[in-house]
Design a protein around this ligand. Structure first.
Ligand code: C2E
Ligand code: MG
Ligand code: MG
Length: 688
């Protein structure tokens, strides 16, 4: 429905309504009065004329009875004193004019015959006819004509007076309505003003003043109630908004903190708080740009902790982490503010020395690092010994690009490891060839394993005194189709590094067990089998289960199996290794320590281990008879081993001289080229 909106103010509307109301009241009253006035005047006049007609009729009876028209006329003439009557006439009973009177003969002429009705209008005047009876007989008629003009004049006078009164009343009602409308419009306008102020200021605490107790008063109450509700809602809204703002602020702060943390985590190593690889790469790129502009050199060092993995795996990650934190602190202490130290992951660290004045300074820093890392670190009551292998490469000498410098430092670091660890090595172009070779070998080794191209050769072991075959040592062999035989000395460390060693060891063990069972009926059917086990194998807690499963599968008796482990296993934190060895021993397997003498193993430590045999490293055997120190050492090892109830094997016996020496000093078993090289199992069977 369309609403019509007017611009007229409520004040004007009220005035108009009041005026219209009073105007219509006044008009209807005035009209009523005027009509009433007119009717009463007219009736009064008619009554008067009627009375006059009755008087004249009574006075004229004699004149009509005696047919005296003159006398009748005189009687009629008495009406001259009456201003209202303009003419009068007497008519005989047969309605013929008998006598008449006219105030103004020129203005009116009396009709000769009596008009029919008793009253009516005649030439604009009012006439009244009355009958005259004498002795109950109709004698005559009398007609009086009254003049209306007087009546009209009076009426006009009355009208003018009424008009004056009307105008005055209207004026009065105008004045009255102007002030009266305030009674209604004032509270409404006040209310409207309050509403406007509220909407302009948004101050819902404002209230409209209640001036009256009528409907507008009720409206003010309702309006104020509405304001109270809005105020309450506004307050609730404000509270909610404040709470929301609070929450949003808290959330924003949380997010900012989280972003900061994420940013920090993105660019830092969470464990040590050092820079991470991303930051290191960034710093290196910037440093290279700067060094290029200033024609300066810069240095990148790659550092890897030696044998960290063993500590981590045997003592647990908690200890490993603490160790890394301490190492990072020691490293930081060796460097300047302007240098960047980053942890690239695991036990790998990188150092960026951006401004290098002298080459001697580089070696100085590397030496310092090697020294501080090698010092005993105490974590959780354990005295830990780690060393570091460092690779160093320089910009621009060893590469123009960041990637090249980093790669070359890594290569140099591997060189340090290859050369015996706990040292630093400067990169040289030749190393890349080595690194490439390693990569090539790794790919080929994986392929060889997949295609089952590894073989096992067996080196015989003899009783030193009777020279009877008592056992064999299984040794892995790999012949690459392109390159031919690749030495275990090359591929075993590689397999340890790239995580292939477990597969190789298991394969060798299983193959050897199967081979050994192919000779049930000959002289070799009771000899023992020695298999090498890489130290890396001791990471696994289920090693004994794996071995037991192989024995189960192949049916090879545990009592004929001997596992060779190296000395390096018995460094710090070898508690778990000891447990693993116990498990293996519980299977009925014998354990021997290989290459004895190459690493430092304390005798008391050896005493605690569940060992059966000790294999003197071939480097000692090789030099027998050449230096008295080595002779004394071998003698001591044999005596000491026997004191610890260990059998002794001498490996690498190549000459009669060496054989005689160890035989003289009571060594139990011999193994070496002098008696037999590692050969396929079919050839072992032929040994008598
Ligand atoms: P190892 O366990 O000490 O084995 C003895 C090594 O000395 C063998 O080298 C053997 O051929 C060599 N040898 C024996 N007698 C003589 C001798 O009279 N003169 C000289 N010069 N050498 C002799 P090979 O086969 O090259 O193995 C090298 C090393 O590779 C082994 O040393 C062992 O530590 C490791 N290895 C070999 N096969 C395996 C394997 O299946 N698993 C693991 N984990 N390591 C293996
Ligand atoms: Mg061995
Ligand atoms: Mg050995």
């Amino acid at each position: 429905m369309k609403t019509i909106q007017t611009k007229t103010s409520i004040r004007k509307k009220l005035i108009n309504v009041l005026l219209l109301t009073s105007l219509s009241a006044l008009l209807s009253t005035s009209l009523g009065f005027a009509l009433n006035d007119w009717l009463s005047l007219r009736n009064a006049m008619l009554d008067h004329v009627q009375i006059q007609a009755t008087i004249i009729a009574n006075n004229s009876i004699a004149a009509v009875v005696f047919n005296d028209a003159e006398s009748a006329k005189e009687t009629l003439n008495t009406l001259q004193s009456d201003a209202d009557i303009v003419s009068a006439a007497l008519y005989t009973n047969n309605k013929i004019l008998f006598a008449y009177y006219e105030r103004d003969a020129s203005s009116y002429s009396i009709p000769d015959k009596l008009p029919n009705p008793d009253s009516g209008s005649l030439n604009g005047n009012q006439f009244v006819v009355d009958t005259i009876y004498h002795e109950n007989e109709l004698l005559a008629y009398i007609m009086l004509v009254a003049d209306y003009s007087n009546l009209q004049k009076r009426q006009i006078n009355h009208f003018l007076i009424a008009l004056g009164v009307f105008t005055l009343a209207l004026l009065f009602s105008l004045i009255l309505s102007r002030s009266l409308q305030r009674i209604i419009s004032r509270p409404i306008l006040k209310l409207a003003e309050t509403a406007r102020t509220v909407s302009e200021t948004q101050d819902y605490a404002l209230r409209a003043k209640k001036i009256s107790t009528d409907e507008i008063g009720a409206l003010v109450d309702d309006f104020n109630n509405m304001l109270s509700q809005i105020q309450l809602r506004d307050l609730q809204l404000l509270k909610a908004r404040n709470e929301l703002e609070g929450k949003v602020n808290a959330r924003t702060q949380e997010l900012t903190e989280l972003t900061r943390q994420l940013k920090y985590q993105a660019y830092h190593d969470t464990l040590t708080g050092l820079s991470n690889r991303i930051t290191f790469d960034d710093h290196l790129r910037l440093a290279i740009d700067q060094a290029r502009r200033n024609k300066q050199k810069l240095v990148v060092m790659f550092l890897d902790l030696d044998r960290f993995k063993i500590i981590n795996d045997t003592l647990g990650h908690g200890i490993g982490d603490q160790l890394l934190i301490q190492v990072s602190k020691r490293l930081s202490a060796c460097l300047r503010e302007s240098d960047t130290l980053a942890r690239l992951g695991g036990d790998e660290f990188a150092v960026l020395l951006p401004q290098i004045q002298q080459a001697s300074h580089i070696s100085g820093v590397a030496q310092k690092i090697t020294k501080v890392i090698a010092e005993t670190i105490i974590v959780d009551g354990y005295s830990l010994h780690v060393t570091s292998s460092i690779g160093i490469s320089l910009f621009p000498d060893d590469g123009e690009r960041a990637e090249t410098i980093v790669k070359n430092a890594d290569t140099a670091m591997y060189r340090s490891k290859d050369q015996g660890r706990n040292q630093f090595t400067f990169f040289s172009a030749k190393m890349n060839e080595r690194a490439e070779r390693r990569l090539l070998l790794e790919t080929r080794l994986r392929k060889a394993l997949k295609e089952n191209r590894l073989r096992v050769h067996y080196q015989p072991r003899f009783d030193t005194h009777s020279l009877k075959l008592i056992g064999v040592e299984a040794l892995a062999r790999w012949s690459d189709p392109d390159e031919g035989a690749i030495s275990p000395g090359e591929f075993i460390p590689l397999a340890e590094e790239c995580g292939l060693i477990a597969k190789i060891d298991e394969w060798v063990l299983e193959t050897a067990c199967r081979d050994m069972l192919t000779n049930k009926n000959d002289a070799t059917s009771q000899i023992s089998l020695a298999v090498n086990l890489s130290p890396a194998q001791f990471i696994r807690k289920d090693l004994h289960e794996v071995v037991a499963a192989i024995l189960d599968r192949t049916g090879f008796p545990a009592s004929r199996l001997e596992l060779e482990i190296t000395e390096s296993l018995f460094g710090p934190g070898s508690k778990d290794v000891c447990t693993s060895l116990e498990h293996l021993r519980n299977l009925g397997i014998e354990l021997s320590i290989d290459d004895f003498g190459t690493a430092y193993s304390s005798l008391s430590r050896l005493k605690q281990l569940p060992l059966n045999t000790l294999k003197i490293d071939q480097s000692f055997v090789r030099d027998l008879g050449k230096t008295p120190e080595d002779d004394a050492l071998v003698k001591t090892i044999i005596t000491m081993a026997h004191n610890l109830n260990l059998k002794v094997v001498a490996e690498g016996v190549e000459s009669e001289l060496q054989y005689q020496f160890i035989k003289r000093h009571g060594c139990d078993t011999v193994q070496g080229f002098l008696f037999g090289k590692p050969v396929p199992y079919s050839l072992i069977k032929k040994i008598k």
